[in-house]
Design a protein. Structure first.
Ligand code: NDP
Length: 326
C-alpha cells in the first residue's frame, strides 16, 4: 500500500516537500476484515487547518476516498462493492467495515462514483444543509456565495436558484465566471480583477443581500457584511483566505454591523446533520439526475500527483470538485 504522509507541519501554503510517499506491505486479512483499493480520493480545504489540529508530523494525510473491495473475509462486504471511506491518502487499506458508507442504492451505473466525494457527497451535503437550514433562503431573496465555482459554492448557487433566489457569486478566474453563468448564476465577478470588492458587490445587487454563504472570510467578508439587508442570514462555512495564516489578521470589526442590521451569523460543521446526511444526498442525486444541479470535476490523474492536486486546489486550479484518480 502506498500512502502520502505530512513530513512537517505546513508553514504558509503547503509545498511539495511537505509530503512524503511511503510504501508498506499490508498483513494478510483476518476473519471479519476486508481489503479495499482507493479509486478516487478527495482533496479538500479542511485538510489545511485540520492538519494542524489533529495530525502529527509523519502521519498519513487525512482524507476520504471512494474505494472498491478487492478481498473480503467479512460476509457483509462483497468483493467489487464501492464504499466511501475516511482512511487518508492511501491506495489500499484494511477495514472491518466500520465507518465505511456504501454508495446510495439508487446510484445509476452511468454516474461517476467520484461524485460521492463532491456534489452528492460531503461538499454537496454541506451546501444543502448550510444553505437551507442556516441561510433559510426564500423565493426572491438575493443570495451571495464566494468560492462559488468550487465544490460547495457551485452547489449552493444552484440550490438557491432551485429555491427561486437571485444568486451572486465570486470566483478567482474569468473561466470560472463563465462557468458560473453557464450553471445559472445571475451575477458573477472575478474577485481578483475587480478594482473594488464593495463596488462589485453593489453592482451585482444594488439592493443588498438577504443571504451570504461564506467560504472565504477576510477582506471579502469586510466588504460583504455592510451590504447585508436588515435581518440577513450568514452561514459561515469556511474561511479559506485565512487557512494559511499563522496569526489571524487583525480585524474585521464586525460587531456594529451585526448589531445594527440585526444579522444572524452562524458557524457550522456539516457533521451537525450526520443523522440526515442521506436525506441530503438523496435530494442532491435526484437533482443531478434531473439535470437541475450540474456538476463539474477537476480530476488529477495518478496517486503520485496527490500533493500537487491538493496544492493546486488550495491555489484555485479547480473548477468544481477537486478529485484525485488513482
Ligand atoms: P473549493 O472547491 O471551493 O476549492 C477551494 C477554492 O478556494 C479554490 O478553488 C479557490 O478558488 C478558492 N480560494 C483559495 N484561496 C482563496 C483566497 N485567498 N481567497 C478566496 N478564495 C480562495 O473547495 P470546497 O468547495 O471544498 O470548500 C469551500 C469552502 O467550504 C472552504 O472554506 C472549506 O473549508 C469549506 N467547507 C466547510 C465545511 C463545513 O462543514 N463547514 C465542509 C466542506 C467545506 P478561486 O479561484 O475562486 O480563488
Amino acid at each position: 500500500s502506498k500512502s502520502w504522509t505530512m513530513v512537517k507541519h505546513f508553514a504558509g501554503a503547503p509545498k511539495p516537500e511537505d509530503f512524503k510517499l511511503i510504501e508498506k506491505e499490508l498483513p494478510p486479512l483476518q476473519e471479519g476484515e476486508i481489503l479495499l483499493e482507493s479509486v478516487f480520493l478527495s482533496v479538500d480545504p479542511y485538510m489545511r487547518p485540520y492538519s494542524r489540529r489533529i495530525m502529527k508530523e509523519g502521519d498519513v494525510m487525512i482524507g476520504s476516498q471512494v474505494a472498491r473491495i478487492i478481498e473480503s473475509k467479512n460476509s457483509a462486504f462483497a468483493v467489487g462493492g464501492y464504499y466511501v471511506g475516511n482512511c487518508g491518502w492511501t491506495t489500499h487499506f484494511i477495514s472491518n467495515g466500520k465507518g465505511l458508507h456504501p454508495l446510495l442504492s439508487e446510484w445509476p451505473g452511468s454516474l461517476p462514483r467520484s461524485l460521492a466525494l463532491g456534489t452528492v457527497g460531503m461538499p454537496g451535503v454541506t451546501a444543502y444543509f448550510g444553505l437551507l437550514e442556516i441561510c433559510n433562503p426564500k423565493e426572491g431573496d438575493v443570495v451571495l456565495v464566494n468560492s462559488a465555482a468550487g465544490a460547495v459554492g457551485s452547489v449552493v448557487g444552484q440550490i438557491a436558484k432551485i429555491k427561486g433566489c437571485k444568486v451572486v457569486g465570486s470566483a478567482g478566474s474569468d473561466d470560472k465566471i463563465q462557468y458560473l453563468k453557464e450553471i445559472g448564476f445571475d451575477e458573477a465577478f472575478n474577485y481578483k480583477t475587480v478594482s473594488s470588492l464593495e463596488e462589485a458587490l453593489k453592482k451585482a445587487s444594488p439592493e443588498g443581500y438577504d443571504c451570504y454563504f461564506e467560504n472565504v472570510g477576510g477582506k471579502f467578508a469586510d466588504a460583504a457584511l455592510p451590504q447585508m439587508k436588515d435581518f440577513g442570514r450568514i452561514a459561515v462555512c469556511g474561511a479559506i483566505s485565512m487557512y494559511n495564516d499563522a496569526v489571524p489578521p487583525s480585524g474585521p470589526y464586525i460587531q456594529p454591523t451585526l448589531l445594527f442590521k440585526q444579522l444572524r451569523m452562524e458557524g457550522f460543521l456539516v457533521t451537525r446533520w450526520s443523522d440526515k446526511y442521506q436525506e441530503g444526498q438523496k435530494q442532491l442525486l435526484k437533482w443531478v439526475l434531473e439535470g437541475k444541479v450540474k456538476y463539474h470535476e477537476h480530476i488529477t490523474k495518478g496517486f503520485e500527483n496527490m500533493p500537487a492536486g491538493f496544492i493546486g486546489m488550495l491555489s484555485g486550479e479547480n473548477t468544481g470538485k477537486a478529485i484525485i484518480q488513482v
